[in-house]
Design a protein around this ligand. Structure first.
Ligand code: RET
Length: 284
């Protein structure tokens, strides 16, 4: 009798611990209309933004402008893939929160694909901002490395289940990388944009970016990853709205400005080539 009971207990445990299949996760998402909409809205907006860029940038000839346009397009290309990953259940998991967490012992839906894909989208945002400010390769690469470090440690924060303290320690590390980016944007690039003559556009982008980007760690802390004060759909909509501001609105402003190919943005035909005249049509 006792043996049967223990066997039953073991089987129950195994069933409970078996990871959900992607199909089950998608079902969970579809059951929550608001959560589903937060994904679908962004797939649609990313698609529209790509089409908008293609339509607007058809006549662009200047090589530096083209580089900026391609980089802005890649932000939405990453985004459409990121939300497709979430919608298909591929980049979402239920994870058990450690002791100390407000939902300790409970299985919580983590949208870890978001943190993963920001690793690939945020560098393009920073490349474009740095180029508009007229900054140099060193500063652009510094911010790109910092954002990759920020997103990877953010991913670690979300996926750590061994200790609540370690989750917050990852958060602190990630925030340190984030502050370096904020410093470069607020101090270096602001000064450089003034010198370059792009400060009118840059200052608008700066406000949208810095204010918008601060929203992400705040949501992380308030959502299920941190203090669990917000429900999953609220956090997801929060991130989706921030994505709309920091990606699509920023992109539209940038593309509308650069496609006019102002002198503050353009470079001569040799731009980006390592050898003189490579890529330039021959004179004869
Ligand atoms: C995390 C949690 C850990 C601490 C910090 C974070 C910051 C995230 C940011 C994300 C920006 C994402 C954007 C995406 C657009 O595609 C990882 C939430 C500081 C700033 C702009």
């Amino acid at each position: 009798m006792q043996l049967t009971e223990s066997l039953a207990a073991i089987t129950r445990n195994i069933t409970l611990q078996a990871p959900e299949t992607q199909g089950e996760i998608v079902e969970f998402v579809l059951d929550d209309t608001l959560l589903t909409l937060s994904f679908v809205a962004n797939i649609a907006l990313a698609g529209l933004t790509i089409l908008f860029i293609v339509a607007m940038a058809r006549g662009v000839t200047d090589p530096r402008t083209k580089l900026i346009v391609v980089a802005t397009m890649l932000i939405s290309v990453v985004s459409i893939s990121s939300y497709t990953g979430l919608m298909s259940g591929l980049t979402l998991s239920f994870i058990e929160m450690p002791t100390g967490h407000p939902l300790a012992g409970e299985e919580v839906l983590t949208m870890w694909g978001r943190y993963l894909t920001w690793t690939f989208s945020t560098p393009f945002i920073l490349i474009v901002l740095g180029m508009i400010a007229g900054s140099n390769l060193t500063k652009i690469l510094t911010t790109v490395s910092m954002t990759i470090a920020m997103c990877v440690t953010g991913l670690a924060a979300a996926l750590t289940t061994s200790s609540y303290l370690m989750r917050w320690w990852w958060f602190v590390l990630s925030s340190a990388f984030f502050l370096v980016i904020v410093y470069v944007i607020m101090v270096d690039w602001t000064r450089e944009a003034e010198r370059t003559g792009t400060d009118d556009l840059f200052n608008t982008l700066k406000i949208l970016t810095v204010v918008g980007w601060f929203g992400y760690p705040i949501l992380w802390a308030l959502g299920v990853e941190g203090f669990a004060l917000l429900e999953v759909w609220m956090t997801s909509w929060g991130y989706s709205v921030l994505d709309i501001i920091t990606k699509y609105i920023v992109t539209v402003l940038i593309v509308m400005y650069v496609v006019k190919e102002p002198e503050t943005i353009t470079a001569d035909a040799d731009y980006g080539t390592t050898l003189k005249s490579v890529g330039t049509p021959a004179d004869d």
